[in-house]
Design a protein around this ligand. Structure first.
Ligand code: F6R
Length: 369
């Protein structure tokens, strides 16, 4: 089943262009989003939604965090993202105008299932984003938008993650059209960007050799930090999670703006710090702020690995290593920037002689609360 691959994870990482393309297939027609699975949610209902609550665990919750930025920007609906197990036990405020979107690769995660059931009991409408046909969570939801990543066997989630973001972006653009918050030209531009993602991921996969080398150099490292801002922030969290679960190394992700509020005290000579650098074309000029974060941590001796857009020369004087991703609008960068971080964790795990597909203490689907 692994074909010629040394692990399922390696195979699944390489399948990410298809995971995105297959999730888009048939859903972008003549420059518009078509999601037949949502026919139970009429345009009037979608116009009436006042709030979206996303519930998920682990990597799926980071896909939700990425989508929050996009859905709020495109459809102008407040989106909150919460871990299913926290949501379920805090008496959340829910009503018929709240849409609850759950995200689960397996569709069997008990924490998320219980949260969906709870949301329905409270009168909320529910949509499930799921990668497994006929799983329990979609059956317990009012509608399901399937991701078409194909079966994910490795415990660490990779191709399901990019497929989840893709499905959520389609949903966000559909909402934006229905609610009239994006003009036709803008909508078409975003869909064109989304359609270009598979080809761009393919290009990032071309950097795998360089990332593998970094991982081999760092096989003895005890701790790694990940920084990002805006949509790069959940990607930093995801990079840290991958490294913990696969290489058993202490890792933490931070919002880069938070550094000065405490975490900068952790910076010491030789500490590897990955920085997801926002595009220099980011409309809120985040780029110079993140570059100055890089200067600050470099001045304290950290070893900086920048994930930066092709042609971004501003990082060169300060970063020890630069991994390049192709040009993309800010909201599409997460789909590219996550790939080197997945590869880094996978290679480090392998360099340490660990089981990449089946890390200790973990199961592919967590069916206990
Ligand atoms: C991390 C990972 C987990 C899952 C989480 C949710 O690599 O795989 O964090 O993302 O357990 O699982 P699903 O998506 O099946 O609900």
């Amino acid at each position: 089943e692994k074909g010629g691959w040394s692990s399922f994870m390696r195979k699944e990482v390489s399948e990410q262009p298809e995971a995105v393309a297959n999730t888009l297939r048939g859903r972008v027609v003549d420059g518009a989003v078509v999601i037949p699975e949502l026919e139970g949610f009429g345009d009037d209902e979608l116009r009436g939604i006042r709030r979206i609550t996303v519930i998920a665990c682990g990597t799926a919750s980071y896909a939700g965090m990425v989508a929050k930025y996009a859905i709020e920007q495109w459809a102008r609906i407040p989106v909150e993202v919460e871990l299913s197990h926290e949501f379920r036990y805090r008496e959340p405020v829910l009503d018929a105008d709240t849409l609850v979107v759950s995200i689960s690769q397996s569709g069997e995660t008990m924490d998320t299932l219980m949260a969906v059931k709870y949301a329905r009991e409270q009168g909320a409408r529910t949509i499930s984003i799921c990668n497994t046909q006929g799983a329990t969570i979609p059956r317990e939801s009012d509608a399901v938008v399937y991701t078409h990543a194909g079966p994910e066997v490795a415990v660490a989630s990779t191709k399901a993650f990019v497929a989840q973001i893709t499905a959520l972006y389609l949903f966000g653009l559909h909402l934006a059209r229905v609610r009239g918050t994006l003009g036709e030209a803008e909508l078409a531009a975003q869909l064109a960007e989304l359609t270009a993602v598979p080809e761009k991921i393919e290009q990032v996969l071309g950097e795998a050799g360089k990332v593998a080398q970094l991982a081999h150099w760092m096989a003895d490292t005890r701790s790694v930090l990940f920084l990002g801002r805006h949509v790069g922030y959940p990607i930093a969290l995801e990079g840290a999670l991958k490294l913990k679960e696969l290489a058993y190394i202490h890792a933490e992700g931070f919002a880069a703006g938070e550094l000065k509020h405490g975490p900068i005290a952790l910076i010491e000579p030789g500490l590897p710090v990955f920085v997801v650098v926002p595009s220099p074309r980011h409309d809120r000029s985040l780029h110079p702020k993140v570059v100055s974060n890089i200067q600050e941590i470099r001045a304290r001796g950290a070893r900086v690995i920048a994930i930066a857009e092709a042609g971004d020369a501003a990082v060169l004087p300060f970063a020890d290593e630069v991994v390049r991703i192709p040009l993309a609008s800010p909201l599409f960068e997460p789909l590219l920037a996550v790939v080197p971080l997945q590869i880094f964790a996978m290679e480090l795990s392998q360099a340490k002689g660990l089981d990449v597909d089946q890390p200790r203490n973990l199961a592919k689907s967590v069916t206990v609360e």
